[in-house]
Design a protein around this ligand. Structure first.
Ligand SMILES: *Cc1c(COP(=O)(O)O)cnc(C)c1O
Length: 246
């Protein structure tokens, strides 16, 4: 098992390097985030021991359970799943960045809690570039308005945008999602908002990381290609509209 994770990581870094070469980019511009939903702490540690340093969790419960166990290896931990506002306190405890801000009510509650704790937090705005009902994220047409509103909440430091590309065998359709995220990034930069950096594009996963890198990804989020297939279907993590709390 340890050999497998190490080997898989080597393969991923080879893929990153090749994609960067093809896109004329420096591999140092692309960070690998370990998408660790359903993966236990021991296996996450194996990946961290190979030199990785960025972990993303989807569920607050898993975040809590694993962070204690892996903190000896000092990873940077981001939250990348759908966040219910009643879980905000826990997220602040364990993660330094929430990549999945997709609505103003959530941002406002997060801001309020951070003010109370006299803290700040990095955030990404998640955009639903594939327009799929099942995916979270603000609609692309509403993204700039949300960015402006979140920018006014000064405990939140907007670092960039996040998206999940369309699941499709058509590379061109997947590429359109990533191009759309890049376009929104450029439009947001042009607004020159205070408190907004917009350097990061978190896009690309096991199946489409090359396309994402070609389109400008600065963070790719990879699970399956490192840790193997998950037993839960991803709809368990992504299709939770019924549980939205506002
Ligand atoms: C699971 C997940 C990933 C990783 O997906 P893989 O296809 O397993 O690489 C990336 N981003 C998010 C938000 C996820 O939930």
């Amino acid at each position: 098992m340890p050999a497998t994770i190490a080997t898989n990581l080597q393969t991923i870094h080879r893929r990153i390097n090749l994609a960067c070469e093809k896109a004329n980019r420096n591999p140092g511009e692309v960070r690998l985030l370990l998408a660790t939903k359903t993966v236990d702490s021991e296996r996450i540690k194996m990946a961290l021991e190979q030199g990785e340093n960025l972990v993303g969790e989807n569920k607050v419960q898993e975040l809590k359970e694993k962070c204690n166990a892996i903190k000896v290896l000092n990873p940077e931990v981001h939250f990348i799943g759908h966040l219910q506002s009643n879980k905000i306190k826990e997220v602040i405890k364990w993660a330094t960045c929430v990549q999945s801000i997709d609505r103003l009510t959530l941002a406002e509650k997060l801001h309020k809690r951070l003010l109370f704790e006299e803290k700040t937090m990095e955030v990404f705005i998640q955009v639903n570039t594939s327009y799929e009902e099942s995916k979270f994220g603000v609609a692309p047409e509403e993204a700039l308005a949300l960015i402006q509103q979140v920018a006014a909440l000064d405990s939140l430091r907007i670092k960039g945008l996040m998206t999940i590309g369309l699941f499709s065998a058509s590379h061109e359709k997947v590429r359109k999602c990533f191009q759309l995220l890049k376009k929104i990034q450029q439009e947001a930069i042009a607004l020159q908002l205070p408190n907004v950096e917009m350097k990061e594009l978190s896009m690309g996963m096991s199946g489409d990381l090359e396309i994402a890198i070609e389109e400008g990804a600065t963070i790719i989020r990879v699970g399956t290609a490192i840790f193997g297939e998950r037993i839960y279907p991803d709809t368990y993590y992504w299709n939770e509209r019924k549980t939205i709390d506002e």
